[in-house]
Design a protein around this ligand. Structure first.
Ligand code: HEM
Length: 233
């Protein structure tokens, strides 16, 4: 009788704890949606705002070659956001804070937006939409060819980033979105290739990317090993 009562009490206790955890998860999600997502969104717009204020001469200036400066700053921010988006999963896994994953889509879309603006600045300001010169650059300058390939992959990921597309594509979705690694490699390569003398910045990106990719490989191997041990035992 006493044992039965104890087990009823412990079941009630675990139901209460479960309900508390579920409520806490809902609260965290709501707080992220209402407070933190708008904060991250506004912070992500700061580099663009600084470029715009420099264009209008409100803040600093764009230097002697404004078109190149705009293009470079947008390209750099595109690459930074690709790295930040790639860092989300390792940070989430290492800290155990799953809510961090809720920012990944937004950061990925910012990566795409900055790269797309970088492309548009090249298309409109640099090439002045002269289509034959554009085609020639894309096909004959290898660093532009790989940048363009990376842009097409990002476009494909941005177009399928919605929850509905994820549901519709099923397992193909993950395969498609794994192209982010290829995009990052092509992005760093594209940067490295067009640098004339000082490779310190592309080298820094390459080092960061190696750490991020190395972590993924290590994590996948560790998980596979865990699964094998679980199957064997
Ligand atoms: C994922 C795609 C891309 C990334 C991450 C990226 C990133 C970058 C970065 C970081 C730079 C160097 C900026 C600096 O010197 O500080 C750069 C330069 C450049 N990118 Fe891209 N880019 C991408 C795609 C493209 C595409 C699609 C085009 C055009 C078709 C393009 C055209 C250029 C050009 C012309 C430069 C040299 C600008 C200059 O003269 O300094 N990029 N890009």
């Amino acid at each position: 009788m006493v044992t039965a009562n104890r087990s009823r009490i412990s079941t009630t206790g675990s139901i209460c704890a479960g309900t508390f955890e579920a409520k806490r998860a809902v609260d965290v999600t709501r707080q992220i949606r209402i407070v933190w997502k708008p904060v991250v969104f506004l912070c992500s717009l700061v580099p663009l705002a600084l470029i715009l204020t420099d264009i209008y001469g409100i803040g600093g200036s764009l230097g002697a070659n404004p078109i190149e400066e705009i293009q470079d700053r947008l390209g750099n921010w595109g690459l930074r956001f690709i790295m930040i988006a790639l860092a989300v999963t390792p940070i989430r896994q290492l800290t155990g804070r799953n809510w961090i994953g809720q920012f990944r889509r937004m950061l990925g879309l910012f990566a795409f937006s900055y790269v797309f603006l970088h492309f548009l600045s090249w298309l409109i300001l640099d090439q002045e939409m002269k289509w034959s010169a554009i085609a020639e650059d894309i096909f004959e300058r290898p660093f532009i060819t790989i940048g363009f390939a990376a842009l097409l992959m990002l476009l494909m990921m941005a177009a399928t980033s919605t929850a509905a597309a994820r549901r519709r594509l099923g397992r193909t979705w993950q395969k498609l979105h794994n192209s982010v690694y290829a995009v990052a490699i092509l992005g760093v390569w594209h940067y490295w290739w067009q640098v004339k003398k000082d490779v310190s910045e592309p080298l820094l990106y390459a080092a960061l990317l190696s750490v991020l990719l190395g972590y993924r490989l290590w994590y996948r191997r560790r998980r596979r090993l865990g699964q094998r041990i679980a199957l064997e035992s």
